[in-house]
Write a protein that binds this ligand. Structure first.
Ligand SMILES: Nc1ncnc2c1ncn2[C@@H]1O[C@H](COP(=O)(O)OP(=O)(O)OP(=O)(O)O)[C@@H](O)[C@H]1O
Ligand SMILES: [Mg+2]
Length: 387
C-alpha cells in the first residue's frame, strides 16, 4: 500500500492534539467544568481506551479554565505509596516552580531522604541540579503536605489523577481514608480522578465499607454517538481530498464497535494507506494487515489461557453480544461443558480484562474487551466451525 505522511494523520492514536482532532464530548466536558466550578471532586470511569485521558486534556484546554492552573498526573506506573508521593511531588514542582533553587528548597522540606546532585552538562557547560532520592523508607512528603502546597497556589488548581485505581493495589485502605480527608478539606484545589470501570475504581466509591464511599461525583464515559463520530471521520477524510462513503464509515464504526481507540486505529491506517476512495474492500485490507501484525500476540494470549477459557472467550466473540452465557442454549451451542466451570471461567476472564461486561438498564451482555482480538476470534471461529 502506498504510504502518505503520517505526521499529518488526523486520526490520532496517542495523547491529545487539540480540539480539531477531538470528536464531540461536549456534554462530558460541560459536566466536568460544572464539577470543577462547584468544587465537587469527580470521577470519570470507562472501559480502557475509551478516551478518559483525552477528555481530561480536552477539558484543560477550555477557556473556562483560563484562571485555573491545571496539573495532570498519571498514576499508572506507581505500585506503592512511596511511588505515588515521589511522582506527585516531582510533577507538582515541575509544574509550579520555575526556579531550580526553589524546587530544591521545597523538596528538602518534603523529603528528608533527598540527595540533590550538582553536575556540569557536558554539552553546554552549564551547571545542572539533579534530584536523587535515597532508597531509605523515611522522609517522603505526606499527601497532606502536597495538598497544602497546592492549596497555597495563587490560582486555584485543577488536579487530575489518572489511573487512580492504582492506589487500591498498594495494599490496605488507609490511603483511601487519607484521600477522603484531603478531598473534604480542599478549598482551592479541584479534583478529577479517572480510571477503568472493571479495574477496581468503581468499588472504591460504591462499597459502603470503603473510606471513599460516595466521596465523588461520577461521570461514565460512554461510546461516542455514531452520527457524531461518522461526521468527524467524513470531515477529516474530505479535508484532504479523500472520498469516503457513509456506508464505509458505518462499516468502520460497526467493526470497531465505536470503541474510540479501535475506531481511531482503523481510520488512522486507512487514511495513511493512501487510498483516495477507500471503500469496504480497503478497510478489510487494513483489518487483515492489523491481524497479521498482532498474530503473535493473539497466539500468546491463546497459549496463556486454558482450553476451556479460550473456548469460552471464542464463544463470546462468536456470539458478538453474548447475553445468557450460562444458559443451556449458549453452553450447548458452543460446547462449553459444565455450567459451574463456565461461570468460574467467565469470572476469571472478566477479572483479567479479556471480557468486558457491559451493563445497561435493560440488560447486560459480554464481549471480548480488546475489539481486535474479538474480531480475530470471530474470524477463527467462522473458519473452523463445522456447519
Ligand atoms: N473524543 C475523541 N475524539 C477522537 N479521538 C479520541 C477521542 N477520545 C480519545 N481519542 C483517542 O482514542 C484513544 C484512546 O484515548 P485515551 O488514551 O484518552 O483513552 P483512555 O480511556 O484514557 O485509555 P486507557 O484506559 O488506555 O488509559 C487515543 O488514541 C485518543 O487519541
Ligand atoms: Mg488513559
Amino acid at each position: 500500500m502506498a504510504q502518505t505522511d503520517n505526521t499529518s494523520n488526523p486520526f490520532k492514536l496517542t495523547g491529545y492534539w487539540g480540539r480539531e482532532y477531538f470528536c464531540d464530548r461536549e456534554h462530558e466536558t460541560g459536566k466536568l467544568l460544572e464539577a470543577i466550578y462547584a468544587q465537587r471532586p469527580i470521577a470519570i470511569y470507562a472501559p480502557r481506551k475509551m478516551g478518559k485521558s483525552g477528555l481530561i486534556q480536552h477539558v484543560f484546554q477550555q477557556k473556562e479554565l483560563k484562571n485555573f492552573s491545571t496539573l495532570y498526573v498519571d498514576l499508572f506506573e506507581t505500585t506503592s505509596l512511596e511511588g505515588l508521593l515521589k511522582l506527585l511531588s516531582l510533577e507538582i514542582l515541575n509544574r509550579f516552580e520555575q526556579k531550580q533553587e526553589k524546587v530544591i528548597r521545597q523538596l528538602m522540606t518534603w523529603f528528608s531522604a533527598l540527595r540533590p546532585q550538582l553536575s556540569i552538562n557536558p554539552q553546554n557547560g552549564q551547571p545542572e541540579i539533579g534530584i536523587s532520592l535515597s532508597k531509605t523508607e523515611e522522609g517522603y512528603p505526606s499527601l497532606k503536605a502536597l495538598a497544602d502546597y497546592l492549596e497555597k497556589q495563587k490560582q486555584p488548581v485543577v488536579l487530575a489523577l489518572d489511573e487512580f485505581q492504582q492506589i487500591s493495589t498498594y495494599g490496605g485502605h488507609e490511603l483511601e481514608a487519607e484521600f477522603r480527608g484531603i478531598f473534604q478539606n480542599m478549598k482551592n484545589t479541584r479534583l478529577i480522578i479517572s480510571g477503568s470501570t472493571q479495574n477496581l475504581l468503581v468499588p472504591m466509591f460504591t462499597d459502603p465499607g470503603r473510606p471513599l464511599y460516595q466521596a465523588v461525583d461520577y461521570l461514565k464515559l460512554d461510546y461516542l454517538k455514531r452520527e457524531d463520530y461518522a461526521q468527524f471521520i467524513l470531515q477529516h477524510f474530505e479535508k484532504s481530498g479523500k472520498n469516503i462513503s457513509e456506508e464505509t464509515i458505518y462499516f468502520i464504526l460497526d467493526w470497531s464497535r465505536s470503541h474510540t481507540y479501535y475506531t481511531q486505529l482503523l481510520c488512522n491506517r486507512l487514511y495513511s494507506s493512501g487510498y483516495q476512495h477507500p471503500g469496504i474492500r480497503e478497510v478489510n485490507l487494513v483489518i487483515e494487515e492489523l491481524f497479521d501484525e498482532r498474530q503473535m500476540i493473539f497466539q500468546q494470549i491463546r497459549n496463556s489461557l486454558t482450553k476451556a477459557q479460550f473456548s469460552l472467550l471464542q464463544a463470546i466473540a462468536a456470539a458478538d453480544h453474548a447475553e445468557q452465557i450460562s444458559s443451556s442454549d449458549f453452553v450447548q451451542k458452543y460446547q462449553l461443558g459444565a455450567h459451574s466451570t463456565v461461570l468460574k471461567n467467565l469470572h476469571n476472564l472478566i477479572r483479567d480484562e479479556y471480557v468486558l461486561e457491559e451493563a445497561n438498564p435493560e440488560k447486560s451482555f459480554y464481549r471480548v474487551y480488546d475489539v481486535l482480538l474479538g474480531r480475530w476470534l470471530q474470524k477463527l471461529y467462522q473458519l473452523n466451525k463445522k456447519n
